[in-house]
Every structure is written in structure tokens, then in C-alpha cells.
Design a protein around this ligand. Sequence first.
Ligand code: ZN
Length: 478
Amino acid sequence: MKLATKSNLTMRKYAFYFILLFILIFPFQPARAQDGTTGPVYIVQSGDSLYSIALRFGITLDQLLTANNSVDPNNLQVGQQLTIPGLDGVTGILNTKFINFGDSYRSLMRQTQVPDALFRRLNHVVSPSEFYVGVNMIVPLQDQPQYAKRISPAAGESLLEMAVKNNTDVWSLVSINQIKGSWASLPNDTMYAPGESSGTNVSGLPSAFISAEIRDLPIKQGGTGVITVVAQPGVKLGGILVDHSLNFFPSENGVQIALQGVHALLEPGVYPLRLDATLPDGTTQSYEQLILIVSGNYPEDPLLYVDPATIDPASTEPESQQLISITTPASPVKFWVGDFISPAIAYAESTYFTSRYGSRRTYIGQGTNLTINGFHTGLDFGGGDGLPITAPASGVVVFTGPWTVRGNATVIDHGWGVYSGFWHQSATQVQVGQTVKIGDVIGLVGGTGRVTGAHLHWELWVNGVQVDPLDWLNQTYP
Ligand SMILES: [Zn+2]
């Protein structure tokens, strides 16, 4: 009896240790779909569809659905986990990362420590020569430590000097950065060292730049690009995004910022982004990389039949040219602070939009065959004649007056190349030169100009381009 009990206890003890050992050896199960297929997990991002995910991984929609048979294709949620079949030998989480200015194929390999062959397999759509700013890459989460500290060799600096400066050794740098030997470091090449990101985003940029970053990637048609640069003291910055010259303005802590709108009708694709630095001694340094501009997925509006006079180029062109010349100068003073607010905040229609920015529009002159193709350049608010319009942000009034297309119009300069336009008013209540504060009443809603009914049209210009004003209501710029 005693023996039996002892044997029983011993068996329980062994069973306990066996289970403990099992837990220790297999602490996490790989993601497993209901049909038993295993594979790495992809986390659904905003804008994804099952079709786009299948396309991205080079599999069919059927294969993706079979591996994820509990997923409702009509109700895909951001953050949902999908098993990706057909990637033998790959496990864990597949992260995504947007390529930023100054990143290169080599620098991403170094930062993430993902082997070249695996990276190519996961991102087969994009070759190293197509390493555009704003492209979203698949980067598997690695077991190895992430080397977040970006370093860049100065001209003539040896690996030993870099190693000493970064509290590491030459052979760690050679291994982390996958370079052939201790002689193989290149000036202006982005490398990584053990340790935390220092916050200064030193990259493969020329020496005049300490860091450069583009926010909210990828930029969409009608979007606002925010380019943030820290340069060496006394450096004057310039550059180009698509075909617009950038205007940089000093912000806090030596940061310089340029805001640049991207045209709603710009064909999605890759475009140049160039930064120019002029040093105190007059010499210049430039860095250019292609940037991906994606579709804004704007819908097509029904045909609009309007008074022919309002779409006759003879009357619309001078007015458009006048508006362009008003909104071209970039004032060095930034009049706005923090968020923009709805210009319809004073009445109950502040978030009731009757027409959004970007929708494709075809105007037809009633009784003629005059046709104009364009897009909706602003945001329309519901609400009728006589309701108060308020300044969405502080600024200086630079135009008020009657226009053929835009009716009674007001333009406010918010500084840094950002302007608001308010069209179709029944009355304007401010004068040119007047300073307005956020929330001040500037005029009344009306139905003047090219309209089918009384409403407020608010549009926002950023460095010479009309952008989606809703972006500016939803987030803070810069
Ligand atoms: Zn409108």
C-alpha cells in the first residue's frame, strides 16, 4: 500500500515535471488556423482587403481564405490576425514598416537584422532599386535584438573610431551591418550600433543634415506632406516635392519644417523628393529619393448642370489666377496654434458634410455642350443662408470680394504657406489686413457664385496646392 502510494506520488511528480518541461520548451504555440495550417501571422492594416493581402504575398484569395476559414471576407477588421500560407520556414509576426527619407535597402536589413533572402521573399513586389519613401515593407519580427541606434560615419572616420564613439567594438559593427570587413564602411552610409535609438535620426544623408523625416506615410492625392529636418547650425534648407519648391520654417529645438500639399489629380506613382542644404560658406549639399504617392480613392460625383457663365474659361481663368497669386506667398509667421476647428462650429452643422474634398466632378453648362472636368477642391457644410462662418484657425485676411465662380469670397493667411478660402457667402464681415482669431465670425453662409443651393465651401491651400481640409480637422499640423 505504502509502496503503491509512493510510486503514485513519484509518477505524479514526473508528470508534473514533464508538463513543466513541456511548457518551458514550447512556451508559445505558433499561430494556427482552424484547419491546422501554420504560418506567419499578418496583422491587418487600414486600407487592406483580403484581395490586396493575397496579392502582396503572391498567393490566391482562395489559399488565403482556406488558411483563415473563420474570417468573414465582408467584415475584415484592422488589427485582425491572418495566417499567411505558403511561407514555409517563416513563423511569428509579420510587421510592416514605411520606408522613410534616407532609408536604403541595406540600412533596413541592418536595422531589422532580417536576412536578405527572407526579406526578398516577403517583399517580392519591390526590388532594392524600387526603395521609395512611403512604400510599406513586410518585416518579420526577429528574435535577435533590434539595433535601433542609427549611426553614420563622418568623412574619413574609421570603423574603430565609430566603435569607440558608440561604445561597441569593430567586429560587432561588421556583423550587425553585414559589411565585408573592417575596411568596408562608406561615408554617408546608414549603419546601426547596439543600443537604443538616440532620437537623432542620423541616416545616409549628407553631413549638413542631422535628420530628415516625412510624417504620415504614404502621402495620398490631396494629402499634406510634413517634412521635418534637423540640419547643422546655420544651414539654409530648400528642396522639391513632386514639382513644388519647399519652404522651410524654423520650429522648436533647431527643427525646420516644410508643409507641402499634393495635388488631388496627380497620377498615383513615384515622384522626386529632394532636400537641398546651403551651408554658411555657400556650398550646397543635396539628397534625392523617390517618394510614393498613393490614390485618395475619391469617388465620382453625378454630373452637375450649372449656369454656362460660371464654367466659361473667359470668366473662370482670371479668377483662378487671382486666387493662385493670393495663396502663393509663404508668410514666415505661423499664426495658428494647435488644431484647426470646423468653420461651421457656430451652428449645428460642424461635422455634417454635404460634399467632401477630392470627388471627381464634371460640370456641364445648361443648354450648351460646354464641359469642364475637375475635382471638388474643398469641404462643403450643410446649413442655409445667414448662418455664421467662423475662422478655423487664427490668421490675417488677405482677400474679400465677389467672384463669378466662388461668389462672395474670403481668404485668410494662416502663415507658412497655409491659406483658407470661404466661398458662396451671403455676406463677408471682415476686411483685408484684419487679424482674425480662431472661432471669430468672418461672414455668413450663402448661395452666391457657382452653386446649386446655399452652403459653405471651405478650402485649404498648403504651399500652392488645395488639400483635404478634413485631414486638418482630424490631426494637428505640423
Ligand atoms: Zn464645395
